[in-house]
Design a protein around this ligand. Structure first.
Ligand code: PLP
Length: 227
């Protein structure tokens, strides 16, 4: 679909695509949460999206997320932090985020601990590329990290998250994420969410059980400073 189409049209097209994929997978579209990733776009776009009924927004860099959350604090929005997170930013992210999708190591789990704060939803990010370093935990560490989140005050384990690696059919990668999700749920049955699927691969993610879709460019159009 053209990124020149008006925003309401792009949003409607993606939502129709999500509903179609859900039906193809024999799933209820109502059980899916579509998060609009607004990175590189101004707060004015967030306002336009909110006026269209969007409540779940995603960002991948702390400073940008913090600024946008502050500029739109009058709206009732849920901010999802989806990017790599330095431990020294963890406490600041807690102040505006509804969920962090990119929890992938002990030091970050410990930094997110907050005995007296309202619980923050966290997803364990799993690396599906087999090439660690770009974010995401080794799938073999999933249970151990899940236990650590379960033992940490102020955070609530809600599920797993991943980005499909380049150079592989996304559905095969998402199938591995689903297997990790099943293992995590043997420890934490309530952690049944799967954050997977972006503009180019959300239909594959839905076929493999994704519950939270993180969609950027298909809805927002081209990112301004990417040309
Ligand atoms: C940017 C981003 C997205 C959205 O990507 P699009 O391809 O623009 O839909 C999803 N997840 C993460 C972690 C991102 O950084």
């Amino acid at each position: 679909m053209s990124t020149d189409a008006p925003l309401p049209e792009r949003l409607a097209t993606v939502d129709a695509g999500i509903a179609d994929a859900a039906r193809a997978a024999g799933r209820d579209p109502g059980e899916l949460t579509r998060i609009v990733v607004t990175k590189f776009h101004p707060a004015s776009l967030v306002r336009e999206l909110a006026a269209l009924g969007v409540r779940d927004l995603g960002e991948n860099r702390h400073q940008e997320a913090q600024a946008k959350a502050a500029e739109t604090a009058d709206l009732d929005l849920a901010w999802h932090f989806v990017g790599q997170l330095q431990s020294n930013k963890a406490r600041a992210v807690r102040r505006y985020a509804h969920a962090v999708h990119s929890v992938d190591r002990d030091s970050l789990i410990d930094a997110l601990a907050a005995p007296d704060a309202p619980e923050l939803d966290v997803f364990l990010e799993i690396d599906l590329s087999g090439q660690p370093g770009r974010g995401g935990a080794d799938p073999a560490d999933a249970e151990r990290l899940a236990e650590r989140v379960l033992g940490t005050p102020g955070i609530r384990l809600v599920g797993v998250m991943a980005v499909a690696p380049l150079g592989e059919e996304p559905r095969a990668a998402f199938a591995r994420l689903r297997a990790v999700s099943e293992r995590v749920r043997t420890l934490a049955p309530e952690a049944d969410r799967i954050s997977a699927g972006m503009s180019g691969d959300y239909a594959d993610a839905i076929l493999e059980g994704a519950t939270h879709l993180r969609i950027g460019t298909a809805i927002t159009g081209k990112r301004p400073d990417r040309g």
